[in-house]
Write a protein that binds this ligand. Sequence first.
Ligand code: B12
Ligand code: SF4
Length: 501
Amino acid sequence: MESRDPTVVLVAFYNTKALGVRYLETALKKAGYRVVTVFYKTFNSIHPSKTTRAELGLLVDRIRSAQPLMVGLSVMSSMYLDTVELVIDSVVKELGLPIVHGGAFASMFPERFLRREGLDFVIRTDGEHAICALADALRTGGDFRGIPSLCYLEEGGAKINEIGGLESDIDNYSTPAVECAEAYFIEHDRLTEGDPQLGTLSYEVIASRGCPYTCSYCCCINLHRLFPKGTKYVRTRSVSSVIEELKIAKKVCKKLIFVHFYDEIFPNLPGWVDEFVVQYKRYIGLPFTIWSHPKMVDPEVLRKLKKVGLTEVIMGIQSGSPHIRKDIFHRYESNDDIVEATKIVRDSGVFWRSYDFMLRHPFETVDTLKETYDLVKRMHGPFELQLHGLNFLPGTDIVQMAIDQGLVSREAMDAIMYAPMEEQFNAYWEQEKDPDSCMWYAMIYCLQFPNTRRKMERWENDPAAHRGEIDVQYRKAQKLAKIRWYYRKSRMVLKSKLHLF
Ligand code: B12
Ligand code: SF4
């Protein structure tokens, strides 16, 4: 027999860890609601797939039996909108329930989700307070129109309320539900009861919200522009709040061996790291990874973090071309800053160093690829290179730049950004068909391993004469990368079990 407490169903898409939804669960439970959380499919960047009819049926049945006041959909990304649309249609047609949408993408494009008179809502940015206020209004028949950050339809069109009621001290949002009370996981036409996060090897945590930088391909700056004037670019939790969350994670996720900090930039407030290292060592003691930025690496901080388990630093570099970085990506570090940052990270002795690049996009030329090759050669190794393409994301500044420069038409851009997810993940902008572009890309990749690197350095003045050999070396480097992946994972497990930091 289902409980009759006022209930909200929350749905996370392609993300079994979904921090946003877990924060909402905490807020709603505190406000007296029963929360049923459905993790709808898991993330798979290699073989992404749209939902099936059977999965939709399972979701509808689950929602029906929970008898909720409303259903909350977390639309963090535009990459899986085809599945979100199918879920909306099923919930509307078969259940006729109010739906509230939230998450980064819904915050940027609320009107897209306001299509049914009176029953659709969007909450922009932080959802904790607004979702509770909306649930209260629906439960009591109260007036929802004045709720800050809420969007809804009224006669004459969409009503987009000002964003408001945000906490500047985000500790006030408490900690996310590490173990959701009533959780279900739907994948491969099956529904499993229980929180899928409990079986994880790695726990994902975020100690702050926001980012101080303005990269043109990222939504962070566009989201920040929505906030009321004066909202800080970065809001950081206290160390004790983060440690409380991790203590719970350690207790309930029995197989846990490492922690990922998903902060855009690891907290750098005065005193924060000093307090963190003491508490992390005392209570958590697991290896962990952080994201960093060439302008933010600090040898002293890395040294302190390494002592208590920092085993990997992931840093976005994106391009070796100063023009692409500054004028296109809006990243203002110099090549010298980047080389120096890689030296600091290398000298810190952190076990693993991964550097991200976005290559072969419409702004790229063979000359800018050569500049990346030259920069990577100067970087201090060893390191892992993560070479990505560029996914244009709706609402980011780079989209308009590509259109204004005549590189892509608005129609073609929309067709790509809103294509089915499989096609979006494979959008590599035709450069993979250009032989010179492929050759320089392969040469950059080969700089990761001493043997393949030596060959590139030998051939770099006349690479076209060695095209076939470069290709052979590239395939060799790809195999080496696979072996390295197993080495890295096994070392991480050992470090975790034996506390080898
Ligand atoms: C951390 C992060 C990740 C982590 C997620 C870790 C986790 N455990 O959840 C990882 C690395 C796995 C990840 C993956 C991806 N991400 Co990401 N990610 C982020 C990042 C940096 C922070 C998100 C976060 O956790 N914030 C903290 C939580 C508390 O906030 P929140 O999620 O926004 O949730 C709050 C509100 O949005 C709202 N809310 C959220 N859901 C709901 C639902 C309802 C009903 C309501 C009312 C409110 C509401 O309330 C929440 C609490 O306040 C954002 C950038 C950003 N500023 O949002 C990008 C971001 C969301 N990611 C992005 C992308 C593209 C992706 C990927 C598609 C990348 C890829 N190609 O593989 C995948 C997709 C994953 C997925 N299935 O959604 C884009 C989305 C833009 C877009 N148009 O698609 C962003 C905006 C960054 C960017 N590049 O611009 N990501
Ligand atoms: S540094 Fe990272 S999170 Fe910050 S704006 Fe740039 S891409 Fe986005």
